[in-house]
Design a protein around this ligand. Sequence first.
Ligand code: RP5
Length: 169
Amino acid sequence: MAGSKVAIILGSDSDWPVMEVCYTTLKELGVPARVEVLSAHRTPDKLREFVFSSDEQGIGVFIAAAGMSAALPGAVAAHTVRPVIGVPLASGPLQGVDSLLSMVQMPQGVPVATVAIGASGAKNAALLAVQMLALSDPKLADAIKKFKRIQAETVDKKNQTLRERLGLG
Ligand code: RP5
């Protein structure tokens, strides 16, 4: 999508069901994202070309999600100076621990900001990307503050509901 500030790269289309929440969260916060299926192992040349062209088009943050050996975020980070957020996914028999260790154990000099395995990580990747962009965009800073306020209100309501159910007033 032209003018997007965030690119979500998926190692496979099979990663989409978990990563959809990342896309919708970004959209809700006013940051429409580009989405591409590109693989560090299966389409290495296309991946490199996409990162270079995204850099030129003004992408501010890359989010790269992958399962199994999950070289994707590191491969993206190798080709850009923009921040890269890695989302490990529970695709294989090791349930994402393989991807988590692969992403979080980047060698010094090539950072990847790795979030939690699966849906929580997918959501947090979107929030973290918006927080990064919000450093130079007051509208996005307001959007994040609003999100946190609504989240806190939701927890308050849940607290009240539970206490009432337990007869604690
Ligand atoms: C990884 O391998 C992908 O990110 C995906 O999580 C996993 C399996 O991919 P498919 O075989 O479903 O395409 O590279």
